[in-house]
Write a protein that binds this ligand. Structure first.
Ligand code: SF4
Length: 336
């Protein structure tokens, strides 16, 4: 992948939610859910976006699909006609025509499917909305079910007849209906059993190589994104704190927060003894973050500069970025 093949480029994205008070709804503060986030995703690449709950990863994903309007920043998407569209400011009518190129897979396969609709209606709904010829809809739904490993004769059944993993396959089939190029997957396997998680991840990887899909894969758990992601971006309180190719991030983390997350990744070899970093204190409040590095109250390496100056994301090694004043000197433990 090179710069010329970027499908999505996010520059200085911010999403702040006002905190209002009183009858006049006076603004008394702001929750900085996403605060100056920049990254790109190459064509057919998977970027894992990881962080604890409330770190802003889902809000980032929702901004990219314009499910919420960003406060500022650019979201440049290279459309299939070769033009670049700024999703952050595109008029609603233009967004409607872009919708088929960008789709979402949701976290909860139990609540994201309408229990009163058959698979034909659920998977076929995007086809109806886009004006797909009626006579060809059933064949297309059958094909989509086959692609995700479900039998086409299931199309008259309702979601309750299926297991969690099968329901997530239905959600994927629906997302694929209009041949999207970018899929934003918001914790797509976290509601599933571990054995089923692997099946769904394998399916997503197979679909990617067959269809050339590009994924933004949101998760709270590094072990989930390890095998599917080419690169991983780690978020903490609305900001990116580290971004690197997956192998480099696991082997040589450059930010203490990433190292702490890695220390809780289960090791498949039970003989391995790893020191677990137990994070002290609570995640910072995005409405009132601490001065300096937002991670400083929980960081065992914090010094004076960490309490006064906010570190910028900078390139520490080729294609390996970290926002830590001490990234060059710390030798943090990774996972091989
Ligand atoms: Fe820790 Fe300082 Fe680095 Fe923040 S900048 S992660 S407080 S060492």
């Amino acid at each position: 992948m090179n710069d010329g093949q970027r499908l999505l480029e996010v520059n200085n994205l911010r999403k702040h939610f006002p905190i209002q008070h009183g009858l006049l709804r006076r603004e008394i503060g702001r929750i900085r859910a996403v605060d100056d986030v920049s990254f790109y995703i190459g064509e057919s690449e998977t970027l894992g976006l990881v962080g604890e709950s409330g770190c802003g990863k889902t809000t980032t994903a929702r901004c990219i699909l314009r499910a919420v309007d960003p406060t500022s920043g650019e979201i440049l998407f290279r459309s299939e006609d070769g033009s670049t569209v700024d999703v952050a400011t595109a008029p609603r009518a233009q967004m409607r025509s872009l919708r088929h190129e960008m789709q979402m897979i949701f976290q909860d396969p139990f609540s994201s499917l309408n229990p009163r609709m058959t698979l034909m209606d659920i998977v076929g709904e995007p086809l109806v909305i886009s004006g797909y010829p009626r006579s060809e809809r059933e064949d297309r739904v059958a094909e989509l079910l086959r692609v995700v490993g479900l039998r086409p004769e299931f199309m008259r059944r309702f979601p309750h007849a299926f297991s969690g993993g099968q329901r997530q396959r239905i959600g994927i089939a629906r997302a694929l209906a209009l041949n999207p190029r970018l899929i934003v997957a918001d914790e797509p396997v976290s509601a599933l059993d571990v054995s089923v998680q692997a099946q769904v991840l394998n399916l997503m990887m197979d679909l990617q190589s067959e269809l050339g899909l590009t994924y933004l894969f949101v998760a709270h758990d590094l072990s989930v994104v390890k095998h599917i992601s080419d690169r991983i971006a780690v978020m903490y309180v609305g900001k990116l704190v580290e971004m690197a190719p997956t192998d480099a991030l696991f082997a040589t983390p450059r930010h203490p927060y990433t190292a702490a997350l890695l220390s809780s990744v289960p090791d498949p070899d039970p003989r391995t003894v790893r020191e677990r970093v137990v994070l002290q204190g609570e995640v910072a409040n995005p409405a009132n973050p601490p001065a300096g590095c937002y991670f400083n109250p929980r960081c065992e390496y914090a010094t004076d500069i960490c309490r006064s100056e906010t570190p910028q994301l900078r390139e520490i090694a080729p294609n390996h970025f970290a926002a830590c004043h001490r990234a060059d000197e710390l030798a943090l433990a990774g996972v091989v």
